[in-house]
Design a protein around this ligand. Sequence first.
Ligand code: ZN
Length: 90
Amino acid sequence: MEFNDNYGVYVCPHVFNKESPALVGIRDPEGDWQFFCDDEDCPENSEPHLICVGHLTKADPTINELTCLKPGSFAQKIHANADWEYGEFE
Ligand SMILES: [Zn+2]
């Protein structure tokens, strides 16, 4: 499955400003997708921006793999060309 290019997702300011690739993908309990840089503190300290997911999948087509995330789960990778590793929130 692939994201519709116009589908809205939340990203941290670093991903928004293309300062960092999206290395963490979260599907929150409400079902929304959020993408973050590799800074662990970013989700708590940053103000999310809403963008079309097409901006992300154009830079990294593997982000389409995250359509399989269930609400309350996440995926992360150690660098832009690594494989996604999946996990669930406690
Ligand atoms: Zn960030």
